[in-house]
Design a protein around this ligand. Structure first.
Ligand code: ATP
Ligand code: MG
Length: 203
């Protein structure tokens, strides 16, 4: 495969914000495949309770089933431990023998990228797509990456996507409070959450 696109996340749970971003990127860059990669344990969320990986993977599977370009990878879950993107990108490069790797992040995540493990190396291995997200300003990107060389900074491409002010944290809180989550995420995922009684107490 010549090009592959990765979308990392906790997906606790996956929602339309994730799906809209992935579909926009796929079409804009004419990508044959977008792989959603649920993290086993994100390094920046070690102080939070995260739902079992099996549930998160199942929900991503349900959410992407109707899109022939989308698939799920359990590579990070299988690796266990903290999920560092650089390790994932190295594994993907080996597995798919691909020439070009795209990696999707939302505006909040990309502003943190400088703190990721082996950030400069990671940026040299893939093209990052930074999708707009309500509440986060991509204009701060240049200053947050100021310590990196210009040619590396240029590997991050900002992309305007239809703004959806949806987050997994908000969905979890809504379930906890007994409020509706309808229209924020695919119906099959909503049904899965209720069937498995996810998010009803803490987390
Ligand atoms: P949480 O509130 O638990 O952090 P989240 O909604 O931010 O969940 P993540 O799994 O943390 O979802 O995000 C995975 C990736 O998707 C990140 O790069 C994040 O920036 C991006 N993303 C999530 N929601 C949106 C959205 N509504 N618009 C654009 N990008 C998003
Ligand atoms: Mg998040």
């Amino acid at each position: 495969m010549q090009k592959i696109c990765l979308m990392g996340g906790t997906f606790d749970p996956i929602h339309y914000g994730h799906l809209v971003v992935a579909e926009e990127v796929r079409q804009k860059f004419n990508l044959p495949k977008v792989l959603f990669i649920p993290a086993a344990r994100p390094p920046h969320k070690t102080d939070q309770d995260i739902t079992d990986a099996t549930h998160r993977v199942n929900m991503v599977r349900l959410a992407v089933a109707s899109n022939p370009y989308f698939a799920v990878s359990t590579l990070e879950v299988a690796r266990q431990g903290l999920s560092y993107t650089i390790d994932t990108v190295r594994q993907i490069k080996q597995l798919y023998q691909t020439e070009k790797i795209y990696f999707i992040t939302g505006a909040d995540a990309v502003l943190q990228i400088i703190n990721w493990k082996e950030a400069a190396q990671l940026l040299s291995m893939c093209t990052f797509i930074a999708a707009t997200r309500p509440g986060y300003n991509l204009n701060n990107l240049q200053s947050s990456l100021a310590s990196l060389p210009q040619d590396i900074i240029e590997r991050i491409l900002p992309l305007e996507v239809p703004a959806l002010s949806i987050s997994s944290s908000d969905i979890r809180q809504r379930v906890r409070e007994g409020r509706s989550i309808k229209y924020l995420l695919p119906e099959a995922v909503e049904a899965y959450i209720f069937k498995n009684r996810l998010y009803t107490c803490h987390n």
